[in-house]
Design a protein around this ligand. Structure first.
Ligand code: SF4
Length: 427
């Protein structure tokens, strides 16, 4: 079905050796996901059960919300809670009752665990169960962990979506489920393409509102839009849904291959596929060509951060003319990123997990033109003369599907252009 402009490599990287690193992850915790999830799920509230540090992280990452009643907050665990002197469970339930009495717009409430709530072993699952029973059917209360002990920043979304799956009603209907929180405008573009392909029954997890009637069952097939949803993938399979493996929809090639996998599943014929995709494909190619001029022949090094690294390396090497030196990812789940690995030519070091000192040594030795890394590493590396791209921006910015393909290339070329401009200015 797919007519890829570039041939896949004779052997991809699916079976390439993976360097396993076993140090601590130097990334944000899973609470960060609340920043994009609370915008997406319009009747949800995220109640972090944590410390003042957790509250500060959320406030500084999200900015202060002025225009609307916020859809997230922190139930602060005080020293008496941490010392086991107060019944934190009871207090939490009282807090939730108060919140729900005041906010009738809340239909889904997530109790989000943190490092402190884990340390004192607060049973959020039991609290969610009791509160759900008390506030059903108007509000569904769920829980997941966003703690830095258990999760890296994109795993917060995974844990959140996975927590929703067991509570979804059963359906026997044949349907496609898109899985992953995309900005509304990007989600609408994807739904429009699928509808033009004639795929009618399409649902999205997470739905924008709880009353969207989302259900799941053995005739549900699902396509992931984010490569960090391993837990959600497993939860959906436990409910009998079937995954449609595909490269992730980054860039023209990734988007076409992703759509082609879905189209094959639903028996869309070649002529229709080409008719629907040819114009946006051509637009995407043009946009990438322009935005990627500064990337041709340049090298890139990925520190493990967002789990987007493998699909992005595929995009940068195959569509933007870059050379990948090292592709680090917190976890490499071949059931998810296998199709991207198939398209990735052998050569780069694949590394799973983090040992930051060793990775820094390798990065310095290679002196790549561009280093994709977390905020904490970016400043020191910039000071050493390396151009960097913050991995977290790739999660906050609309980068999926055809219409964003040029912007995605632009995100990587900007630091290189800026560096050239600075050098010209000082030269
Ligand atoms: Fe820090 Fe842990 Fe709270 Fe995240 S959950 S802000 S890592 S204390």
């Amino acid at each position: 079905m797919t007519r890829l402009e570039r041939n896949p490599p004779a052997t991809g990287c699916r079976n390439a050796p993976i360097l396993k690193e076993r140090g601590q992850h130097e990334v944000f915790c899973g609470l960060t996901g609340i920043i994009w999830l609370h915008r997406k799920m319009q009747d949800a509230f995220f109640l972090v059960v944590g410390s003042r540090t957790c509250a500060h992280l959320l406030q500084s990452a999200a900015g202060v919300m002025i225009f609307a009643e916020p859809r997230f907050g922190t139930a602060i665990l005080e020293e008496t809670d941490l010392a086991g002197l107060a019944d934190a469970q009871e207090e939490l339930e009282r807090e939730v009752d108060r919140l729900l009495a005041r906010r009738s717009d809340i239909r889904q409430l997530f109790l989000v665990g943190s490092c402190p709530s884990e340390v004192i072993k607060l049973d959020l699952a039991r609290a969610a169960e009791r509160l759900s029973a008390r506030h059903a059917p108007h509000v569904r209360v769920l829980n997941y962990s966003g703690s830095g002990i258990e999760t890296t920043f994109t795993e917060g979304e995974d844990a959140c979506l996975a927590s929703m799956v067991p509570a979804l009603p059963e359906t026997a209907e044949r349907q496609l489920l898109l899985v992953g929180a995309l900005p509304d405008v990007v989600e609408d573009q994807a739904l429009d393409l699928l509808q033009k392909l004639g795929i009618e029954n399409v649902a999205v997890l997470p739905a924008r509102r709880a009353d969207k009637g989302l259900a799941i069952g053995p005739n549900t097939v699902f396509a992931l839009t984010q490569p960090f949803l391993g837990g959600t993938h497993a939860a959906l399979e436990r409910r009998g849904a079937r995954h449609v493996p595909a490269p992730f929809p980054f860039g023209e090639e990734g988007t076409t291959a992703w759509l082609a996998a879905v189209a094959r599943e639903f028996g869309v014929d070649r002529a229709r596929f080409d008719a629907v995709t040819s114009a946006p494909r051509a637009r995407a190619r043009r946009a990438i060509r322009k935005a990627a001029e500064a990337l041709h022949g340049k090298s890139v090094f990925f520190f493990p951060d967002s789990q987007l690294e493998i699909p992005l390396a595929r995009f940068l090497t195959r569509e933007c003319g870059m050379e990948a030196i090292e592709i680090g990812a917190p976890y490499i789940h071949k059931g998810l990123v296998g199709p991207d690995l198939d398209l990735l030519a052998p050569g780069p070091t694949l590394a799973e997990g983090q040992d930051v000192e060793r990775q820094l040594d390798r990065c310095r030795a290679e002196s790549p033109d561009l280093t994709v890394c977390g905020l904490g590493l970016a400043n020191p590396l910039e000071a050493e003369g390396l151009a960097t791209k913050w991995a977290i921006e790739l999660v906050f910015t609309p980068v999926h599907f055809y219409e964003q393909a040029g912007d995605l290339a632009g995100l990587f070329s900007r630091p290189l252009r800026r560096r050239t401009a600075l050098h010209l200015g000082t030269g």
